[in-house]
Write a protein of this length. Structure first.
Length: 105
């Protein structure tokens, strides 16, 4: 149940990002049904965290028509941008807490 709340919050944010019309400081996850993002989950993720990643993938596909790949931490594509699901890189998140970071190349 906790992860469904995470996915819902992320979906609201993703929907908001899709609806932005200004070209300045806009994060485009999908453009014309194509994305250069992938969804990354921890290699040791519990089943419900993996299910949350699949649910996020499903809703992004429903919203945009693009299917983002689900990958664990090991086989990431260095040419793709990332949407991380779960506590990665030593982040200490509380239940129902999310962190959104955008890093420029």
């Amino acid at each position: 149940m906790r992860y469904k709340k995470h996915v819902l919050i992320v979906l609201i944010l993703v929907t908001h990002l899709f609806s932005c019309n200004s070209n300045t400081n806009v994060l485009h996850i999908v453009n014309d049904g194509v994305s250069d993002y992938e969804i990354v989950y921890r290699t040791d993720a519990k089943e419900n965290l993996y299910e949350a990643a699949k649910e996020l993938q499903y809703y992004i596909r429903e919203i945009s028509g693009a299917t983002l790949n689900l990958v664990n931490e090991a086989p990431q594509n260095n040419d793709k941008h990332k949407i991380y699901i779960g506590n990665l890189a030593g982040e200490n998140l509380n239940p129902n807490q999310i962190i959104i970071k955008v890093k420029s190349n």
